[in-house]
Ligand binder design. Structure first.
Ligand SMILES: [Zn+2]
Length: 197
């Protein structure tokens, strides 16, 4: 018994480390599918979006022309003004305490981190194959503290109208009540959180 508790603690510690170091493999994402992790802990709610550049600006190579750079900068500023992306129901009385928006270029991160040692050979092949076809993601993280976090009963996603190239959002949601997932698309751009916080 003790051993298995220790093991699961160890696993969650390892997963936190992995998340912190962004070992996520950008090259394996699916265009048309953005990911969003939502975590409610105490009076805090955190949202982290990881969206393929294809869904945001329509390309994933490094912007070099003036018009591409302008597209990327406009997209980043839209993420910074979070009402373009999502709105929490006002009943939660939440205040934004931190927001970070960046572009995650896949190739560099794979080189830096060798967590999946067993798969070294596979990784190298994958890496070579993908070198001509660059991938990147927009990563946006928002943290709030809320006067009444349990009153958040809905999150709307103007994201879908802000970015017409967007596809679906795959959402992983976790709170004290438990974890659940949602698939959201532009025709019904919200999630219902009644009873889930
Ligand atoms: Zn891609």
């Amino acid at each position: 018994m003790k051993k298995s508790i220790y093991y699961s603690l160890l696993m969650s510690a390892m997963m936190s480390v992995a998340a912190a170091e962004e070992t996520r493999q950008v090259d394996k994402h699916e265009h048309g599918v953005g990911e969003l992790n939502i975590a409610v802990e105490g009076s805090a709610i955190n949202l982290e979006f990881m969206i393929p550049g294809a869904d945001i600006v329509g390309f994933e190579y490094e912007a070099k022309s003036d018009s591409d750079i302008a597209l990327v900068n406009t997209a980043l500023s839209k993420f910074q003004d979070l009402e373009n992306i999502f709105t929490l129901s006002s009943s939660g009385n939440c205040n934004l305490v931190d927001a970070e928006v960046e572009i995650n270029q896949g190739d560099d991160h794979e080189d830096e981190h060798d967590h999946e040692d067993e798969h070294d050979h596979e990784d190298e092949h994958d890496h070579d194959e993908h070198e001509e076809e660059a991938h990147n993601e927009f990563v946006a993280h928002y943290s709030f503290t809320c006067g009444n976090v349990k009153e958040i009963d809905r999150i709307d996603f103007p994201y879908f109208t802000t970015f017409p190239n967007s596809g679906e959002l795959e959402i992983q949601f976790v709170s004290e009540v438990g974890s659940t997932s949602f698939e959201v698309e532009g025709d019904k751009p919200f999630i219902d959180l009644k009873g889930k916080i």
